[in-house]
Design a protein around this ligand. Structure first.
Ligand SMILES: [Zn+2]
Length: 477
């Protein structure tokens, strides 16, 4: 059976709906936790269920490389493999593959994409047909079309070529899709160009899919641009099909997305932040690496009803994070996932009561009030591979009080790769990045790939020349 979406009610463009799948029905808007490698990091399926999550995502690219789709099939498909009997969506692998393609001109062809495995540097080739074939075998409830996800910004000329390629790929993928129990989504691209978004939207709908996604957002553009991309991307989507905004899960972005007619969101943010000791609260994010929680006997968030908040104090969680006990990340993951799921629950009630706009304003006011200072932190890094022995970072952000403009922070003697990666990750997380690469930075054993990855990060965080935060330099050895 294919999925069935029912639009129940609208409040402005915000939509209250229901999605029926072969593995259960859930209400929308809904946040979808990410189980990159067939596991939502640190959380068992039972714990996930207790957060009221409706659907999870797994990454085709990662499962293709390890363990391979045939092993998943041997286990009876993804649901059986990971002992999760709720709805699962798989992405197409495109996002990972494009960030790994070395020479964009040469490696991205109409046929498919050439790239090197992030694990060992093996040369690989992914086509729209192959992506669908893998997803058919993974046997998720929803598969995604293979699309080109260009970085931001690219020229209009490139984007025009790119959306047409994505349309052709969507057709090719649909042709080979042969899993009766799996639905297939089309993806709207077009960058920040309104007419290209419209064109991509219309042509994708023309091909006909079970649901539609907005792609190419959250790739380095500023927030107003991102919200405009969403608006333009949904413009010509049919009301009776579900809409999914890929890779977006910041609480404020969820609210902005719902306001523009989005039904499903996904993001690694809740579990990633948890692994770094950070929790969402109504008053903004809090960081348990901070010693001020040492004697704090309150729970993470008074408004939360999750297992962690019902049973543990901040003091205990601070201790777990401080001594790097695994349970710390697990408890914070449960909380952060529940936080976003609860947000969508409250959004649904607000839509039902025709007061979504008021709810949104009220939430953002509370959430950003305390969190504002965090936003002022440096947002741009420059990662340079030069020095063999040290990582060094230079913050030139005038808003940082703890570090003066031009100061150097040195991370000396990086002996092992783990330490190197950890320090880079810590630097990134401390500065409140959305780390595009965290999912695979753990796996890297190939120096060449590591350098490429850093070049990509370099590109992303340097392209906005307008930013008032100057550059941080990190030398990697
Ligand atoms: Zn909680």
């Amino acid at each position: 059976m294919k999925i069935k979406y029912e639009l129940i009610k609208k409040d402005g463009n915000a939509r209250l709906g229901k999605l029926k799948t072969n593995h259960g029905t859930f209400d929308t808007p809904m946040f979808m936790p990410v189980g990159t490698r067939a596991s939502v990091k640190g959380v068992t399926p039972e714990m996930l269920k207790n957060t009221n999550s409706g659907i999870i995502l797994a990454n085709t690219y990662h499962l293709w490389l390890r363990p391979g789709e045939d092993i998943v099939k041997l286990n009876g498909g993804l649901h059986k493999f990971m002992n999760y009997n709720g709805p699962i969506l798989t992405d197409s692998g495109g996002f990972q593959v494009f960030s790994l393609a070395k020479n964009k001109e040469k490696d991205i062809t109409d046929e498919g994409v050439h790239f090197k495995s992030h694990i060992d540097g093996t040369e690989l080739f992914l086509t729209p047909e192959k992506s669908i074939e893998i997803q058919n075998k993974l046997d998720s409830d929803i598969a995604m079309s293979f699309d080109e996800c260009p970085p931001y910004p690219v020229s209009r000329e490139y984007m025009e070529k790119s959306i047409n390629r994505t349309i052709e790929w969507a057709k090719r993928g649909k042709k080979v899709h042969n899993n009766e129990n799996q639905s297939l989504f089309g993806i709207v691209q077009g960058g920040e160009f309104q007419d290209l978004r419209y064109e991509s939207c219309k042509k994708t709908v023309e091909i006909g899919f079970d649901g539609y996604s907005i792609g190419g957002t959250s790739v380095g553009e500023d927030k107003p641009t991102m919200y405009k991309m969403i608006e333009d991307g949904v413009k010509y989507l049919p009301e009776n099909k579900v809409r999914y905004l890929m890779g977006v899960g910041d609480p404020i972005d969820i609210l902005e997305g719902v306001e523009r007619g989005i039904d499903i969101f996904d993001c690694v943010l809740p579990t990633r932040l948890a692994r770094h000791g950070v929790a969402f609260t109504r008053g903004g994010k809090i960081n348990f690496n901070n010693a001020k929680y040492k004697e704090d006997l309150s729970c993470i968030d008074e408004d939360c009803d999750c297992y962690a908040c019902k049973n543990y104090t901040k003091s205990y969680i601070r201790h777990l994070i401080n001594v790097e006990e695994m349970l710390g990340a697990t408890l914070l993951s449960i909380h952060n996932i529940r936080f976003l799921i609860k947000l969508t629950e409250e959004i649904r009630v607000a839509i039902k009561n025709d007061n979504f706009k008021e709810y949104k304003e009220d939430f953002i006011k509370k959430y950003t009030g305390i969190n504002h200072s965090m936003k002022l932190k440096s947002k741009y890094f420059n990662l340079i591979k030069e020095n063999k022995k040290t990582i060094e970072a230079r913050l030139l952000d005038e808003k940082r009080k703890d570090i003066k403009v031009g100061d150097k922070i040195e991370f000396t003697c990086v002996e092992t790769q783990e330490k190197l990666v950890k320090e880079v990750k810590d630097l990134i997380i401390k500065n409140n990045f959305e780390e595009l690469f965290d999912d695979y930075i753990d796996d890297i054993t190939c120096n060449e790939i590591k350098e490429e990855l850093l070049n990509v990060i370099n590109e992303i965080y340097n392209k906005d020349k307008q930013n008032k935060y100057k550059v941080v330099g990190i030398k990697l050895g």
